[in-house]
Design a protein around this ligand. Structure first.
Ligand SMILES: [Zn+2]
Length: 167
């Protein structure tokens, strides 16, 4: 048994392909990153829980509604479940930058909320995977182990590395 606890995942650029200068509004615009689905399936077995923490300013801008986002996330979790992957909870920040909320990354509000929802989380044994510096900064504020991914070093590659280390 490993001692991995909780995995925090950013969404755009980690689970699905990030669009250039626009928002993923529905399932037609949502395309999983290469290998992400099978990686999440493996990670589901390695971690006690997987939580998504995602900035979704498109809602604050009126480009999409919370209903649109929930529908999109139903599609995403359905596809993930097909491969026996499991997302325990999805946190999102709908606010605009100028609203100066406490949840938009690099602030740690979504992770702090997760700590309230799951008081048993052991942050020392938990990871945050994101593709931007604001993800990494939010994770570091909460003393999470952080992993920065990109189009080459993907979630799938990190997962393979992690599996080779813990075995
Ligand atoms: Zn917010």
């Amino acid at each position: 048994m490993n001692n991995l606890d909780t995995l925090f995942l950013d969404r755009d650029g980690v689970i699905n392909i990030k669009l250039e200068a626009r928002y993923v509004r529905n399932s037609n615009e949502f395309e999983f990153m290469q290998g992400a689905l099978s990686a999440i399936s493996k990670l589901t077995k390695l971690f006690k829980r997987i939580l998504i923490v995602s900035n979704q300013q498109g809602i604050g801008k009126g480009i999409m509604t919370e209903d649109d986002l929930n529908l999109l996330h139903s599609f995403m979790t359905f596809e993930i479940r097909k491969l026996n992957g499991k997302i325990d909870k999805i946190y999102f920040c709908p606010h605009l930058v100028r609203e100066k909320c406490g949840c938009r990354k690099p602030k740690a509000g979504m992770i702090q909320q997760a700590k309230l929802d799951y008081p048993e989380i052991n942050f020392e044994n938990s990871y945050l995977v994101g593709d931007s510096l604001s993800d990494i900064e939010a994770g570091e504020r909460m003393n999470l182990n952080t992993v920065k991914v990109d189009n080459e070093y993907t979630l799938a590659k990190w997962t393979a590395e992690l599996m080779s280390v813990i075995k």
